[in-house]
Write a protein that binds this ligand. Structure first.
Ligand code: NAD
Length: 467
């Protein structure tokens, strides 16, 4: 018997019914072999954008939805309202819906080709690895994973699977602005780079950081599968406000302002300057606690010399929570932001200043062209439009064409970037100390407390092969 999602919700008011039951009763949609059959895991927040973007490709069929928050599924299956309160009709009323991605994988293994993962950071690796273990293509949100080890393993396993196409969700890299900045770095517009100064305004005003673990517990709402939200993370009682969105400042689930924004801001410089693992990292935080990342911080990471760095290597200086580099001391003149976006450029999403032996490059995160300065004066370079593409569709096209290496943020690259940045993200756990990183052991040689988050054991019952 087929049952619509609306019927299910009405029925469930009288008699609670599990997502498992919905799955069994939902009608299977016919499938076409020529389309990429996508299972969507995490359907609220950025998952909305991901689902819209992937479903807009004419060769995609969305065959399953999964979310631990029933409201996120209902919005897609029963309809919702837009920002102005106008009704939005149901988009996938008959698509199979799950609360537990493991159940989806087990019951639909033969019915999907690819997954898109837009859950909180702590679940990225488990879901993406389980999908790759089944031979599925994966698009996973940034940061690729929670800890250094998970990032490394996703990169290694993706590299070992010739038929799997992967992409990390750093969609800004496909914009004309970032492509132009990449070209400048690639062509050596500022020479060999000795320092990167990067910043973001997060977390202030966006999500909580710097707080102690909330005391007590709240009743688990009927719309939430709390145990499934926790997944691989350690057990803890539910508190209102943990999810959606605010989880990202909590060490168990998110990667803090650095891990969250660093991959958008530093991906191109990292790739173009061919960086790898840091030698050492030092954090100067304010209000760091054992439960949340700090309210604001400065993180210094040292990288060994390479062909694109200064002869003594490269130092990354990271600022967040309102802290900023001293732009004037870096040789940037009055009005260096081009005068257009002023305060917003400096205090907004973030950007990078790359200091090279030939000049200084301002590389904004998005919506502005990079600029080069020599001896404190702007260099008039043509702001050449080097094109842009749709990051999600690039992945879909690569899956359909079987072109494993076509994606610019494939796991082999994204995993290396996120492993490196995750080492900086956890440095607040042992502040004011030069933490020495050993790539061989994937640990700090002088900090057991911070090493714990580089490679964390999953909660009992949540181990996934290859992680
Ligand atoms: N690329 C970007 O520009 C961008 C922007 C925002 C967020 N993100 C990334 O997207 C991810 C999600 O962030 P968000 O802001 O959308 O968070 P969110 O909390 O708003 O949304 C996450 C969704 O996943 C669901 N979820 C949680 N655990 C799940 C599980 N185990 N299985 C299935 N569903 C689960 C939640 O209920 C929620 O609907 C994060 O990794 C974040 O870094 C990327």
């Amino acid at each position: 018997m087929a049952i619509s999602r609306r019927d299910f919700v009405l029925a469930s008011l009288a008699a609670p019914i599990s997502f498992k039951a919905v799955t069994r009763l939902s009608r299977q949609r016919p499938q076409s072999n020529s389309k990429l059959r996508v299972a969507k895991i995490g359907c609220g927040g950025m998952g909305n954008d991901d689902l819209r973007a992937v479903a807009s490709h004419p060769m995609v069929e969305i065959v399953a939805l999964c979310d631990v928050d029933r409201r996120a599924l209902d919005a897609w299956q029963l309809g919702t309202k837009d920002k102005e309160g106008k009704p939005v009709p149901p988009q996938f009323p008959q698509t199979k819906a799950f609360a537990d991605w493991r159940e989806l994988f087990a019951s639909m293994e033969k019915s999907f080709d690819a997954v898109v993962v837009s859950t909180p950071d702590h679940m990225h690796a488990a879901i993406s690895m389980a999908a790759m273990n089944l031979g599925k293509h994966v698009y996973c949100q940034k940061p690729l994973a929670h800890g250094a080890w998970e990032n490394r393993r996703l990169a290694e396993v993706a590299a070992s699977k010739p038929n799997i196409v992967t992409q990390m969700g750093t969609q800004r890299i496909a914009t004309k602005w970032r492509r132009y900045g990449a070209k400048l770095l690639r062509e050596g517009a500022v020479g060999r780079v000795s320092d990167l100064y990067a910043w973001t305004n997060r977390p202030a005003g966006w999500w909580p950081q710097g707080g102690a673990r909330p005391a007590g517990s709240d009743p688990i709402p009927a719309w939430l599968s709390w145990d499934l939200f926790l997944g691989v993370a350690p057990e803890r009682p539910y508190k209102d406000g943990y999810t959606p969105f605010n989880w990202r400042g909590t060490i168990d689930w998110g990667t803090g302002a650095f891990g969250d924004m660093g991959c958008h801001i530093l991906d191109v410089p990292f790739y173009e300057l061919e960086l790898g693992m840091p030698l050492s990292v030092r954090c100067d935080p304010e209000k760091a606690t054992s439960d949340q990342y700090p309210e604001r911080e400065t993180v210094i990471m040292k990288y060994a010399a390479g062909p694109k760095t200064g002869p003594n290597g490269l130092t990354l200086h990271w600022f967040d929570g309102g802290r900023l580099p001293d732009f004037r001391a870096l040789g940037l003149p009055e009005g260096w932001e081009g005068g257009k976006t002023g305060e917003e450029v400096v205090k907004g999403d973030g950007g990078v200043i790359a200091v090279g032996d030939k000049g200084v490059l301002w590389f904004p995160i998005e919506f502005a062209w990079s600029r080069v300065f020599v001896d404190g004066k702007p260099v008039n370079l043509p702001t050449e439009d080097v094109g842009a593409s749709n990051h999600w569709h690039d992945w879909i096209d690569a899956c359909l064409a079987g072109k494993k290496d076509a994606c610019v943020s494939r796991f082999e690259k994204g995993g290396l970037l996120c492993e490196s940045l995750s080492i900086g993200a956890v440095s607040a756990l042992d502040p004011g100390k030069d933490l020495q990183f050993s790539p061989e052991s994937c640990a700090f040689t002088n900090s057991p407390v911070a090493s714990r988050m580089l490679r964390r054991a999953p909660r009992s019952g949540w181990a996934v092969a290859n992680l």
